[in-house]
Design a protein. Structure first.
Length: 95
């Protein structure tokens, strides 16, 4: 007895052909085909996305300026501490 897979291997091309699907009719095809050239958001979502983008940009600028101020203050404190220590060391060497 032969397995079904072996029967298919020995089958002729005419036996393997299945019935062709029916040709599409006018009812199955869309009446108007729109060609998509660009993706756009609806106006309300576009406004929301634009506002969020502006907020993100402003926060990035504020964060950058804040970082510079913090760095400046930290460096000023460090420099002030070294100046104090240097003046003490120099004073001891002079006297």
């Amino acid at each position: 007895m032969m397995a079904p897979a072996q029967d298919q291997l020995r089958a002729t091309p005419s036996q393997l052909q299945t019935s062709n699907p029916p040709a599409p009719t006018a009812a199955t095809q869309p009446a108007t085909e729109k060609k998509i050239v660009a993706y756009t958001l609806p106006p309300d979502l576009y406004k929301k996305a634009h506002d969020r983008s502006r907020i993100h940009f402003r926060l990035a600028l504020i964060g950058f300026v804040y970082g510079l101020v913090v760095l400046w203050v930290a460096l000023a404190r460090i420099i002030h501490e070294f100046e104090d220590k240097r003046s003490l060391l120099c004073y001891k060497h002079v006297v």
